[in-house]
Ligand binder design. Structure first.
Ligand code: SF4
Length: 268
């Protein structure tokens, strides 16, 4: 007689607002719900703080999964070749593989926090046949304002990094806008420096590995570039802005979210 492995139900958390709201939304609706966060080891301190608060709210452990190798070791093994929007080895090795290894061959229902107002959104998730993806916010027509309400009502609110950054994920994430890099410089200069240290230039060939296209973090931190980046950001924001009375922190980030092709497992 073979014993059957129970079917698992897992919410994938990124440390962002949507997956956090989903964890809260599903609490009590699905028995034995598990909460999982794939920790790259390169997350923002605010992410860990937010997850710790969520853990208290849920009254249940959030399982932190780590890859077998650190980011630095992986980077060394790739000759310093930084991940990018085109070659996202970080997502595969730091986020998806640890999750798939954790699930193994067991049947798993995986709940993902894409909202009903972002059906256009796509990105990397596991494609293993035993991992079945569910989108409860789409099924239940939960939109951004509902997510904000769920977070407000729980007392958690938005993650603190939303004051200067529009999405969760590693502090060096290459999906960051330039103004967000400056937000990192202002709020976590030591992490900016660390990210800067990963950039490389071959003086002989001129070949460069930089996080942001066409510009290194060293170049970006010059006072002239900072001024220009912030001015450009303000212009962009002014173009996107609705009447001031309707503005909230969340609406400010709408346009940036709409442009992204980032990874669902990192940025929900
Ligand atoms: S948050 Fe960005 S840098 Fe980190 S694993 Fe995801 S895509 Fe890569």
């Amino acid at each position: 007689m073979t014993s059957q492995t129970p079917v698992r139900h897992i919410v994938s958390l990124s440390g962002g607002k949507d997956s956090t709201a989903l964890a809260i939304y599903l609490r009590g609706r699905i028995p034995d719900l598990e909460y999982v966060f794939c920790d790259t080891g390169e997350e923002l301190p605010e992410t860990y703080e937010y997850l710790a608060k969520l853990e208290v709210f849920l009254g249940k452990e959030i399982k932190k999964l780590k890859a077998r190798q650190s980011f630095e070791d992986m980077l060394k093994a790739r000759g310093g070749f930084l991940p990018s929007g085109q070659v996202r080895w970080c997502t595969e090795y730091l986020k998806i593989k640890p999750f798939e290894e954790y699930i193994g061959d067991s049947s798993c229902h995986n709940y993902i926090g894409i909202r009903a107002d972002e059906l256009h959104r796509k990105g990397y998730i596991s494609t293993k046949p035993n991992i079945i993806a569910h989108y409860p916010f789409i099924e239940d027509d939960i939109k951004k304002e509902d997510v904000v309400r769920i977070l407000d009502e729980s007392g958690l609110g938005l993650p603190a990094y939303y004051e200067w950054r529009s999405r969760s994920g590693c502090y060096f994430c290459f999906f960051q806008q330039k103004n967000e890099w400056l937000g990192l410089l202002k709020n976590h200069s030591e992490l900016y420096e660390k990210a800067e240290g990963y950039e490389k230039e071959n003086p002989e060939t001129g070949e460069r590995y930089t996080w942001s296209q066409k510009e290194s973090l060293k170049e970006m931190r010059s006072p002239e570039r900072q001024k220009a980046i912030l001015e450009e950001y303000e212009h962009r924001r002014a173009r996107q802005q609705q009447p001031k009375s309707n503005l909230t922190l969340v609406t400010l980030f709408n346009a940036e979210e709409a442009n992204e092709e980032s990874c669902l497992i990192c940025h929900l």
